[in-house]
Design a protein around this ligand. Structure first.
Ligand code: FO1
Length: 349
C-alpha cells in the first residue's frame, strides 16, 4: 500500500466525501484523460469499493526515453487515488522536474513534461512489460499500489497507436497534442493496430456484468473512438442489456479541455452536443446535456437528461455521477415497462 510523505495510508482518498447510500450497481466507464478521470472519481465515490471498472484509452501511449508512457491510464489512476496534479489534471501533485531538466541539459528530449514521481511509474511499468507481464496486469499492480479500489483496464494489451492526419501530414498522437499543441488542422484520425487488438478478458467480463455503461466526457474522436475501434467492442456494446449513457464533452460550443471543438470545426462538424450524440447513437441509450445547451434537447434522437456537467470540485463530480447513474437506471425501468406493456397488450401499435 502507498503512503503519503507523512506515512498516512491513502487507501480511500475520498472516504470523507462518501455518502452512506452507496448505489448497488456495477458500472463500467469508458474514459480518456482528464474529463474521463474526473467523472470516474465521482463514480468511484458513489459506488461500493470495487464496483467501478474504467476502460481507458491507450491510443495516446508512446515510447519516450526508452520507456512505455500510458498518459490516460496514469491520469485515471492518479485521479482515482487523489494524487493528481489539480492544475493540469494529469501528472502527480507536488512533483519535481529534476530529471526532465537534466535531460534537457544533456541534449535529451524535454518537450514532454515527465515529473520525477511520475517517472517512477513509467520505470516500473516498463520493467514489468519487459519481463513479459501484460499491460492489464501491470495496470492492476500499479492501481493496487496506489490504493485505488476501482478496477482500471487498458482498452487492449496489444499496442494501438492514434495517428492524427493533419494538413502538415500524419502525426503520432503526442507529437500532435503536446509537441505541436494541437495547432495543425485535423483531417481525420486513425488507430493503428486497433482491428487486430482485443479487449482484455477482464475488461470484457466487467462489461458483461455491468448494470450501467458510462461514456465519460472525454474527447469523442481522440479518447472514446479508439476504445470503440478495438476488435469487437462496438458490436459487444450493442449487444449489452445494460443502459449506455454518455455525458457531453461539448458545452456552449466549446470543449472544457483539449482540442475537441477545434477538431470538430476542422473536420466540418457543427460544434454541438447533437453532433456527439449522433456520432455514438448506434451504441447509446441516453445522452446527458449541460444546462447551457438545454435548447438542443428537442433535437436529440436519444432520451436526454439536462443537468450541470461542469466538474470543478469533488462535490460536482459526485453530483454528476449520481445524476448519470439515476438517469441510466430510469432508462432501464422505462425499457422494462415498455416490454411489460407490450407483453400484456396495453401498448397500441
Ligand atoms: N500534456 C501536455 O499538454 N504537456 C505535457 O508535457 C504532458 C506531459 C504528460 C506527462 C505524463 C502524463 O501522464 C500526461 C502528460 N500530459 C501532458 C497529458 C497527456 O499528453 C494528455 O492529457 C493525454 O494524452 C490526452 O488525454
Amino acid at each position: 500500500m502507498m503512503v503519503n510523505n507523512d506515512q498516512r495510508p491513502i487507501s480511500d482518498p475520498f472516504e470523507s466525501l462518501r455518502s452512506d447510500d452507496l448505489l448497488p450497481l456495477r458500472v463500467v466507464a469508458l474514459a480518456g484523460g482528464v474529463g474521463g478521470a474526473r467523472l470516474s472519481a465521482g463514480l468511484q465515490a458513489v459506488l461500493p469499493p470495487g464496483a467501478l471498472s474504467v476502460i481507458v484509452n491507450t491510443g495516446d501511449d508512446f515510447e519516450h526515453w526508452g520507456l512505455t508512457i500510458c498518459p490516460d491510464l496514469d491520469t485515471v489512476m492518479y485521479n482515482l487515488a487523489g494524487v493528481n496534479n489539480p492544475e493540469t489534471g494529469w501528472g502527480r501533485a507536488d512533483d519535481s522536474f529534476t530529471v526532465l531538466h537534466t535531460m534537457g541539459l544533456l541534449g535529451g528530449e524535454d518537450w514532454f513534461r515527465l515529473g520525477d514521481k511520475d517517472l517512477a511509474v513509467h520505470l516500473r511499468r516498463t520493467e514489468w512489460l519487459r519481463q513479459g507481464v501484460s499491460l492489464t496486469e501491470v495496470t492492476d499492480r500499479l492501481r493496487r499500489a496506489f490504493g485505488v479500489p476501482s478496477h482500471i483496464f487498458p482498452m487492449s494489451d496489444a499496442p494501438v497507436r492514434t495517428l492524427v492526419h493533419t494538413d502538415e501530414g500524419d502525426l503520432p498522437f503526442q507529437h500532435y497534442f503536446v509537441g505541436r499543441r494541437c495547432e495543425p488542422c485535423v483531417i481525420d484520425v486513425s488507430f493503428v493496430g486497433a482491428a487486430e487488438a482485443d479487449l482484455p478478458e477482464a475488461a470484457y467480463a466487467a462489461l458483461l456484468a455491468a448494470d450501467v455503461v458510462v461514456f465519460c466526457p472525454s474527447n469523442p474522436y481522440l479518447s472514446i473512438d479508439p476504445i470503440l475501434s478495438v476488435g469487437e467492442m462496438r458490436s459487444l456494446l450493442k449487444k449489452l442489456r445494460a443502459p449506455k449513457v454518455a455525458v457531453t464533452p461539448i458545452i456552449g460550443g466549446k470543449a472544457l479541455k483539449g482540442p475537441a471543438a477545434k477538431m470538430m470545426r476542422e473536420m466540418g462538424y457543427p460544434v454541438t452536443p447533437v453532433t456527439i450524440a449522433a456520432h455514438f447513437d448506434d451504441v447509446l441509450d441516453g445522452f446527458i446535456l449541460d444546462r447551457e445547451d438545454e435548447a438542443a434537447a428537442p433535437h436529440m434522437r436519444l432520451p436526454t437528461l439536462v443537468t450541470d456537467t461542469i466538474m470543478r470540485t469533488m462535490e460536482d463530480k459526485i453530483r454528476l455521477a449520481r445524476a448519470t447513474l439515476d438517469f441510466a437506471q430510469s432508462l432501464l425501468q422505462l425499457s422494462r415497462a415498455r416490454k411489460t406493456r407490450v407483453r400484456t397488450g396495453d401498448l397500441t401499435p
